[in-house]
Design a protein around this ligand. Structure first.
Ligand SMILES: [Zn+2]
Length: 170
């Protein structure tokens, strides 16, 4: 076995590595977040998916609650929610989450609103798709010509930027 001898103290190396790898901006969770909870009936019980948004309409938290307490499925569902939240709060893209989880097949198919649901992860992807897709379609947040943030809304006949207060009427 090849041994690698390192002269610097191990702590120093670990610290440097962490610093170098931190290329994301961590989202600090505000005390109050607005969200939506979607209920889907699965064969393992009701799945409640709670999706929380920040003030710009970006998903930053997902909670999953499945069926009765104490089951293995419930634990896995909770873990998926925690991992999605962890990823999103470290700069992850919700579209990547949808893309990764969508169409994962489980042991059953249930139909919800005319759409097939194949598993807990697939259900989560479809809920996220529905909740975030709705926003995209309605163009709730548009790019602001002044500050460039996706924070501009159309209200009462005027465009208004929640980031820099830019507004344009008519
Ligand atoms: Zn702006």
């Amino acid at each position: 076995m090849k041994r690698i001898i390192v002269n610097a103290p191990i702590n120093a190396i670990v610290e440097k590595k962490e610093e170098e790898n931190k290329c994301y901006e961590e989202v600090k969770r505000p005390r109050i977040l607005e969200g939506k909870t979607v209920k889907i009936k699965l064969t393992t019980g009701n799945l409640y998916t709670t999706v929380n948004f920040d003030k710009k309409g970006k998903v930053i938290e997902v909670f999953l609650n499945l069926g009765k307490s104490g089951s293995e499925e419930k634990a896995f569902a909770e873990a998926i929610g925690r991992l999605i939240s962890l990823y999103l709060q470290r700069g992850g893209d919700v579209r990547e989450v949808i893309d990764t989880l969508k169409d994962i097949k489980g042991a059953y198919v249930v139909w919800q609103e005319g759409k097939p649901i194949y598993s807990v992860p697939d259900a989560v992807a479809k809920v996220l798709e529905e909740l975030t897709g709705e926003k995209v379609e309605k163009n709730m947040f548009m790019k602001c010509p002044q500050c460039g943030e996706d924070a501009m809304v159309y209200e009462n006949g005027c465009y208004y930027c929640r980031e820099c207060n830019y507004n344009k009427c008519g």
